[in-house]
Write a protein that binds this ligand. Sequence first.
Ligand code: 6CC
Ligand code: ZN
Length: 258
Amino acid sequence: AADSHWCYEIQAKNSNCHGPDQWTGDCQKSHQSPINIVTAKAKVNHDLGQFSFSGYNKKEKRTATNNGHSVMVLLGSEASIAGGGLDVPYQATQLHLHWSQEQDRGSEHSLDGERFAMEMHIVHVKQEKSNDARNKIAVLAFLVEVGDQVNKGFQPLVEALSHIPKPDMSTTVNETSLLDMLPEEKKLRHYFRYLGSLTTPNCDETVVWTVFQEPIQLHKDQFLEFSQKLYYDKNKTLAMKDNVRPLQRLGARQVHRS
Ligand SMILES: Nc1nc(-c2ccc(Cl)c(S(N)(=O)=O)c2)cs1
Ligand SMILES: [Zn+2]
């Protein structure tokens, strides 16, 4: 029921769902995400080499869904990553985003206290079984900056948003390649790495995080579509925005950098 379901602070104010400080599962543990990354304290690790992206350049029709917390694009495991200091290859399963309406509070991670307009997460899972559960999932996190440059690679997703205003609605996204949505590959050499969790319940502490230094550029109008076309609820009373978990304590963890 809505009372027991998890939600973001912006929703908890007006309904009896459980906001971030009431999230259960692993959400109250000590290796949580997101975090603020103090870039000067990140330790250079030369094992953090370049990523090799496979299937990221394939133009595919995909399904986008409003799942009541974000817009999620299913990636049907035809894309995968290797390298980037990861122990084995990981298969992409989905991408989704977090955002606000303001340009400085829509990202989940922050860099030296700076927050961005949005954050895109491409979620991957390990191809083979392994006993180490701490890195079962690999999320590639891209910060998004807003400017006057149209991001052509984002356009198919932006155009799909008006077809999925309410939770549990899905639509087809025309040919997009993941690579077209990202900063150019040679700028993806610089990234931060740490072990953390899902930023949504049950906040499982099974994620090896990669936060790229180079932001994605999006046009202001493309950015505004997310908070203007999507809703958290079926009555379209609450626009979907600020689907951002508060910062978590780093604790004894070390952040590394490539
Ligand atoms: N129902 C939903 N699930 C998610 C989700 C699932 C897996 C992962 Cl890994 C994440 S996150 N933000 O940690 O990347 C979010 C969002 S909304
Ligand atoms: Zn996410």
